[in-house]
Design a protein around this ligand. Structure first.
Ligand code: CUA
Length: 401
């Protein structure tokens, strides 16, 4: 009897005094203002909005954060209020009142979240459709993820190739792409974009699942084994942005980083003047392509160039080429590390470097695991590295003293 009286007394709002109503209004206002404050202050720690999509995504995030912030303040406020208001008084050893279900309350707390979820779903879907819609004149770049590096492939139409090009004489990495519908593909470890030019990144993985994430552009998309995935963005803010792998993919995952330049140093200021594809091909793609098609005769110079066709930079440090990978041993001064000859049973440094690329598990630098993929001499095998490329790379690495 006593308990049920207590329960109805506390649960009922019929006896709410005008003063309580004012307090409820003040608390409601504080929750709304607090939620808006949370959603306004939090984005101050975000990186610069590098893309048009970043503005849409941040607005969506702020909208969700405002709602989430209000719910957080409401729940924590009720919790704190209950702890203080209904705490056990000295000498009170009784159980709490046995309160049964409240249909109105359950109805309200089911309907309100349902409405919120539907609104967020519609809003988020609109943002997603807007981001993923095909943009006029978008630049297609293929992104290849592999443990532990990113490679970006750009495709050049055949008309752009020199008319006297001897296809049989092309390096193996280039030949495969040339046979594909008269287009030629060349690769770069950096993703090149420019302000105002929509980019369509088509992704595939060479091995396990990865995730392509550019925090500054607010784009993030998984790379799934056995299929391609797509993401689109349009840079609006010049700069160089970090690319991060956001899917745990092995021991070098934390190191699987790259760069995207939007009017970055590599393509330089001329892009601001010529914002068209023709200029992009002429000023940027063609010089890089020619460097591949007409390699220097000096094997060491050629090796310094072709080594970039392989994903070595993802794992090794090499100051000469600006590599900063830390998963594998440093290649700085590798030609002077003659103590490895005896340790690995090699007779010359040339033999040591050569076999370290063909058979990386044969001798391991102390402190490093057997994680480097073997580069195979046969076309069609994974990590194909033709003999002439390997010899050039060895010649180049022998200059690193
Ligand atoms: Cu690739 Cu983590």
């Amino acid at each position: 009897m006593n308990l049920s009286k207590l329960s109805s007394g506390r649960g009922s709002s019929k006896a709410t005094s005008p003063l309580s109503l004012i307090w409820i209004a003040v608390a409601g206002l504080a929750i709304i203002v607090g939620g808006i404050l949370i959603s306004t202050v939090t984005p101050l720690i975000f990186p610069t909005q590098g893309s048009a999509e970043a503005q849409q995504i941040d607005a969506l995030f702020q909208f969700m954060l405002a709602i989430g912030g209000m719910i957080f303040l409401l729940v924590q406020g009720v919790l704190l209020y209950s702890v203080l208001r209904f705490r056990a008084r000295p000498g009170d050893r009784a159980d709490g009142p046995p309160i049964q279900g409240n249909t109105t309350l359950e109805f309200v707390w089911t309907i309100i979240p349902a409405i919120i979820v539907v609104i967020i779903t519609i809003y988020a879907y609109q943002v997603w459709v807007s981001i993923q819609s095909i943009k006029p004149n978008e630049q297609l770049v293929e992104a290849v993820g592999l443990r532990f590096a990113w490679i970006f492939n750009y495709t050049v139409p055949e008309e752009e190739l020199p008319p006297d090009l001897d296809r049989e004489a092309l390096p193996a990495n280039v030949l495969a792409s040339l046979n594909n519908n008269g287009f030629m593909t060349f690769s770069s470890p950096q993703l090149h974009t420019w302000v105002g030019q929509p980019v369509h990144v088509r992704m595939r993985t060479e091995d396990v699942n990865h995730a392509f994430w550019i925090p500054g552009m607010r784009v993030k998309q998984d790379l799934l084994a056995g299929r391609t995935t797509d993401i689109r963005f349009t840079p609006v803010e010049p700069g160089v942005y970090r690319i991060v792998c956001a899917e745990l993919c092995g021991s070098g995952h934390g190191n699987m980083a790259g760069e995207v330049s939007a009017n970055g140093d590599l393509i330089g200021a001329w892009l601001i003047v010529h914002q068209d594809e023709e200029a992009f091909l002429r000023e940027f793609l063609i010089p890089e392509r020619d460097a591949v098609l007409f390699p220097p005769a000096d094997p060491a110079l050629r090796g310094r160039q072709v080594i970039n066709n392989y994903a070595c930079a993802g794992c090794h440090v090499l100051d000469d080429l600006g590599w900063v990978g830390i998963t594998g041993p440093s290649l700085n001064g590798i030609a002077s590390r003659t103590q490895r000859l005896a340790a690995g049973g090699y007779s010359t440094m040339e033999e040591y470097i050569y076999r370290s690329i063909r058979y990386p598990g044969e001798y391991l630098v102390p402190g490093y695991g057997n994680i480097m993929p073997a580069f195979n001499p046969e076309p069609g095998q994974p990590n194909y590295m033709p003999e002439e490329d390997l010899e050039a790379i060895v010649a180049y690495l022998l200059t690193q003293e």
